[in-house]
Design a protein around this ligand. Structure first.
Ligand code: SF4
Length: 361
């Protein structure tokens, strides 16, 4: 029996993958990718059944002005440069009112990390949205934003998290994780918090009962070893806290980014890498219930294949995703649940709407 077949049999029998085993799976380049995907699909079915879930959400991009200007991002721009925008109170309230009309259950406030924003700024913005939609989950504040706001306002991370929650924060964004290996972060996002700080903020949030997503942005400069190191840290945190709602794999969109244009990053993950990322995350992250397939990053057809390779969630309707559109994605703005239903039923699965924390509606 080949080593890959043996590993897959062991996983089916309940064995927890080691990092070395996961790395072997991640490096497969031949037809055995389908064996790995099939095993991930079986484990998905055992764990969460045949539902494909989605959340009715709306992105709210308050600003694209960003102190970090990460090389893999086509959205964030330095303060004072051309093409920047910054919403004020009226625009934020108007966006929240629009979301209410659309019956969304989650507002995803996804913005640049504005260098002038303090904790009070975040409290105000969350409060304006909360006023308009008190029952919606306000999903915002990455560990980098929390750290920045806490520093600007001279409070601890814990204090900052408590105040954001009091203002109306529902769940924390596990964004800004990118690849949780500092040597990679130095290339792709040198101004963002380091790995230890990202993990510390997430642990602090989970300890307070604030749940978060976990993300991985893959396909730029990192190696398979880095992806596995990233997964290992996520699995360790989840063992400790149980606070992650899901893993959101974010395939690198290279077209309009400095890293790619300067020849320092690849043109993104291949289809093989996307499938293996979904499947190996399902197999390695045995303490995660949900693996989201981000249609805005991989496209609708690949998203359906991702649902056959360990994924069980299609993320949100979004209504607008300037972050992906600015990076070059051409179908990232809105996905009608009718299209999601077609994707799900076509592979014998049932589409169900969920809340941010995966209660089915
Ligand atoms: S990825 Fe986020 S932090 Fe980095 S430049 Fe883009 S908006 Fe700013």
């Amino acid at each position: 029996m080949t080593v890959i077949r043996q590993i897959l049999n062991d996983v089916r029998a309940g064995h927890r993958l080691t990092g070395e085993e996961a790395l072997r799976l991640m490096k497969v380049r031949d037809r055995r990718i389908w064996d790995i995907a099939l095993t991930a699909d079986e484990i998905r079915e055992q764990k969460v059944g045949n539902v494909v879930s989605y959340v009715r959400n709306q992105n709210l991009h308050v600003t694209n002005i960003c102190k970090n200007v990460c090389g893999f991002c086509g959205f964030g721009r330095p303060k004072g440069s051309e093409g920047t925008f910054l919403y004020g109170e009226d625009e934020i309230r108007a966006q929240a009112a629009l979301a209410r009309e659309r019956d969304v259950t989650e507002i995803c406030m996804l913005s640049g990390v504005h260098p002038d924003f303090t904790l009070e700024t975040y409290e105000d913005m969350i409060g304006w949205v909360h006023d308009a939609m008190p029952s919606a989950d306000i999903h915002t504040a990455s560990p980098d934003e929390v750290t920045w706001a806490a520093q600007k306002s001279g409070v601890s991370i814990e204090e900052a998290l408590k105040r954001l929650r009091a203002a109306g924060l529902g769940t924390l964004q596990g964004t800004g994780a990118e690849i949780l290996v500092d040597s990679v972060r130095e290339i792709i996002c040198p101004r963002k918090v380091d790995t230890a700080t990202w993990a510390a903020v997430i642990r602090a949030a989970h300890k307070l009962g604030i749940r978060s997503t976990a993300t991985i942005m893959y396909g730029s400069v990192e190696q398979p070893e880095d992806r596995i190191a990233h997964f290992s840290l996520l699995r360790q945190i989840q063992d400790e806290t149980g606070g992650f709602t899901e893993l959101v794999p974010l395939s690198y969109l290279h077209q309009n980014t400095a890293l790619y244009n300067e020849g320092r990053a690849s043109a993104g993950a291949t289809g093989r890498e996307d499938i293996l990322l979904f499947a190996v995350s399902r197999l390695f992250l045995d303490n995660f219930d949900h693996i989201q397939i981000s249609w805005g990053k991989v496209g609708i057809k690949m998203a359906q294949l991702g649902l056959c390779a360990g994924g069980d969630d299609l993320g949100g309707t979004m209504f607008c995703d300037a972050v992906s559109v600015d990076a070059g994605a051409d179908e990232a703005d809105y996905l009608d649940p009718k299209t999601m239903e077609r994707i799900a039923t076509d592979i014998g699965r049932e589409l169900r709407q969920r809340t941010t924390t995966y209660t089915l509606l």
